[in-house]
Design a protein around this ligand. Structure first.
Ligand code: FAD
Ligand code: NAD
Length: 447
């Protein structure tokens, strides 16, 4: 069969473009070997944020210790059933939607056989353009006992929360999942071989999150690696480089994710790739010009996130439809869904400290706007302002509403909205955003 565009992989890096191209009259196929719509939909962001919902609410109730007295318990098993009800039908629903716009779905493992051919099992499909959007898989530590290690996909389908959990790695996945597990009474230990967690985020905010997790009972073991995991008398024993032996009945390897670059025919076509992913030019073309790469499988400097995968997918659709501009990423917000959230966008406060043209300011909105910050006293934003233009170039946030607040500040950064332009706009009140705007405008005008 012959197509205009074949996508290998059906995640966000692929389907936004596939839908646009199909609606524009192109003959489009998506090859998928697992569930339709990729990691985010079934094994990542979507089930994660669904499961997080009740924990987020419970965390907010705690902001009124003198006022809300009743304790609330979360029934994980009921929550898991709810997750199955909402999340499990999504791949089928999306498959129907893709087919309804004319996309051909090919189930199986896709492999490039030449510049214009994708083989799936024993069938060959030819295409003018091919997009590699194969994503990433969880890294698996090569240590004795690696067969006992679980990954994020397993955790998001746990029928019962284990009593004793060891997370390897103090990255995004561990901190998000540990926030839920400790709330359900699990004994949680996080073993991290670096001396800090979430290295790319504001370390003052990370320290707040860690201190909160520690108060809830999570133990952190920094500058330590896991040497061995073995069976003990009652469960598993995790042996660390410090000589500690930690009892566990569940060990989650959350030491990062690796691009799916093996077994897809890259070598045969001399397509460049590294341990970080497929190398492309600034048009997301691989070393074979009619073959693009998109999403997590890319070797890229921006975050490997759903919004960047979506942005690349939309960009590739534009290229195939005739645009010729190089890709130009807008600033990328990143959010860690701990309780509360930690988020950042644009120029970081750490890099701004070495630049005389930039000013770093703290906005303690939790303290300053107690009446509308729902008593979230330590909620805070750090902003980076360009001294010459007095415009916002970066923001970092700690608080329940960090994700939405940073989305708003992302717009302010991208559009280079000045303080006087912000003053010409009217926002709903009382609301966290309106409070932030007035505090931000004052900072921007007075630096
Ligand atoms: C636990 C977890 C939580 C996350 N939470 C967030 C979050 O809150 N916010 C956020 O922005 N990002 C989050 N992410 C990251 C986000 O899921 C990814 O950035 C996003 O899914 C990338 O999309 P993609 O299309 O590039 O890859 P994927 O969604 O991984 O899709 C790739 C698809 O290709 C298929 N495939 C691979 N090889 C082949 C082959 N040879 N033939 C056929 N099919 C193949 C795979 O089966 C897969 O379905 C999370 C990730 C995880 C693991
Ligand atoms: N909210 C979100 O946007 C979100 C949520 C989950 C996952 N993700 C995506 O998934 C990716 C993977 O998440 P992750 O948490 O697995 O990775 P990560 O890169 O965030 O963290 C991995 C951690 O493991 C540590 N580590 C590595 N090897 C180790 C070892 N041998 N022993 C102990 N520690 C070790 C690293 O120092 C790091 O702190 C993220 O980078 C992101 O792209 C995003």
């Amino acid at each position: 069969m012959n197509f205009d565009v074949i996508f290998i992989g059906s995640g966000h890096a692929s389907w936004h473009a596939a839908v646009t191209l199909s609606q524009a009259g192109k003959k489009v196929a998506i090859v998928e070997e697992d569930t339709i719509a990729g990691t985010c939909t079934s094994y990542g962001c979507d089930p994660k944020i669904l499961l997080d919902g009740p924990f987020e609410l419970k965390n907010q109730l705690r902001q009124y210790p003198e006022i809300i007295k009743e304790d609330v318990t979360i029934d994980w098993n009921a929550l898991m059933n709810y997750k199955k009800k909402i999340i499990n039908p999504l791949p089928d629903q999306l498959e129907q939607l893709f087919m309804a716009v004319g996309i051909t779905i090919i189930k199986g493992h896709g492999r490039l056989s030449d510049d214009h051919t994708v083989s799936v099992d024993n069938n060959q499909y030819t295409s003018e353009n091919i997009v590699i959007a194969t994503g990433e898989h969880s890294r698996k530590l090569n240590i004795p006992g690696s067969e006992f290690l679980h990954d994020s996909r397993d955790f998001l389908s746990l029928e019962a929360m284990p009593h004793k959990i060891v997370f390897i790695g103090a990255g995004i996945i561990s901190l998000e999942f540990a926030s839920m597990a400790v709330e359900l009474g699990s004994e949680v230990t996080i073993v991290e071989y670096a001396d800090k967690a979430l290295a790319n985020f504001n370390q003052a905010y990370v320290a707040k999150a860690i201190s909160k997790l520690e108060k809830a009972g999570v133990k952190f073991d920094f500058s330590t690696s896991v040497d061995v995991v073995e069976k003990g008398t009652t469960g598993l024993v995790v042996k660390t480089s410090r000589g500690n032996q930690i009892e566990a009945d569940y060990v989650l390897d959350a030491t990062g994710r690796m691009p799916n670059v093996e077994g897809i025919g890259l070598d045969g076509l001399n397509i460049d790739f590294s341990a970080k992913g497929i190398v492309t030019d600034d048009h997301l073309r691989t070393s074979v010009p009619n073959i693009y790469a998109s999403g997590d499988v890319l070797d890229k400097s921006v975050g490997k996130l759903t919004p960047t995968a979506t942005f690349e997918s939309n960009y590739i659709a534009g290229q195939i439809l005739g645009d010729s501009n190089p890709i130009n990423y807008a600033v990328v917000p990143a959010v860690v869904f701990t309780l509360p959230r930690i988020a950042n966008v644009g120029v970081s406060s750490v890099s701004a400290l070495n630049d005389d043209n930039l000013v770093v300011e703290k906005i303690e909105y939790g303290k300053q706007m107690l009446f509308q910050s729902k008593n979230e006293v330590d909620a805070e934003i750090t902003v980076v302002i360009d001294r010459a233009t007095k415009t916002l170039v970066g923001a970092e946030a700690y608080g329940n509403e960090a994700a939405d607040l940073l989305n708003f500040l992302t717009l302010v950064i991208n559009k280079q909205i000045s303080a006087s332009e912000l003053n010409q706009m009217i926002f709903a009140f009382p609301s966290t955003t309106s409070g932030i705007v007035s505090l931000l405008v004052t900072k921007m005008m007075t630096i």
